[in-house]
Ligand binder design. Structure first.
Ligand SMILES: *Cc1c(COP(=O)(O)O)cnc(C)c1O
Length: 224
């Protein structure tokens, strides 16, 4: 059996039943995805629109493509026909574009609101105040072709596990607050996307429902 297949099986044994595995296949070839697919993996995470489009063309149609990278508004049109969930919606303008384009093609697109909790300025996302004020202004209600199904967060890139715990704790707090508050009438709002190869155990302890794991499955990425 391939190393990829072995890692998928091992992770599935380890992850609690309510946690879904997003196998982050960005920068890895279609063959690697097939090895994971053969042992039952169906959700794959990608961060470049061209890569999703190219891979979706050659790989089985029952794969659910999750988009996890920073999404430019001019790429939304290309992405939408292929994508099952966009984790990385980080501005209201982007959400608006996704809504308009979804309307045009007669689709309802599932998205997560990306939250900014890391120390790094470079990371994208909303603050809790921005989420609450958008909800109160009716922005999500009027975006009828977008379904907000939860939130996504990324911790600071650090070895300090206490800091990661703290930051995931903040994401969990915001998730609970939105779920029990402004999204209380939305039964689809239930996904908490936190955790990557190095911090998914911490993320699970903070209530993660979607872990996004790349290098622990596919090995190191070679950026070309
Ligand atoms: C690349 C990436 C991952 C996977 O990271 P690994 O450390 O390889 O598991 C998860 N989430 C996002 C948003 C990413 O860009």
């Amino acid at each position: 059996m391939s190393v990829v297949a072995e890692q998928i099986i091992k992770l599935n044994e380890e992850l609690p039943a309510e946690v879904k595995l997003v196998a982050v296949s960005k920068y890895h070839p279609a063959e690697a995805i097939e090895q994971a697919y053969c042992v039952g993996q169906r959700i794959f995470g990608e961060s470049k629109v061209q890569e999703v489009v190219a891979k979706a063309q050659v790989l089985p149609k029952d794969i659910q493509w999750h988009f996890i990278g920073h999404l430019q508004r001019n790429k939304v049109k290309q992405l939408l026909p292929h994508v099952a969930l966009i984790h990385s919606v980080d501005s209201l303008r982007l959400l608006e574009t996704i809504n308009e384009e979804s309307q045009r093609i007669g689709k309802v697109t599932d998205i997560l609101l990306q939250l900014h909790v890391a120390q790094e300025e470079s990371k994208y996302g909303f603050t809790i105040e921005e989420c609450l004020s958008a909800a109160k202004s009716g922005f999500f209600d009027k975006s009828t072709n977008v379904r907000v199904v939860g939130v996504m967060g990324m911790a600071t890139f650090t070895d300090d596990t206490q800091q990661i715990e703290r930051e995931f704790g903040v994401v969990q707090y915001i998730f609970d607050k939105l779920k029990n508050g402004v999204f209380a009438d939305n039964p689809y709002f239930k996904e908490l996307s936190i955790g990557m190869s190095d911090d998914y155990q911490i993320a699970i302890s903070k209530g993660s429902t979607l872990v996004r794991i790349g290098s622990a499955i596919f090995g190191n990425r070679i950026y070309k």
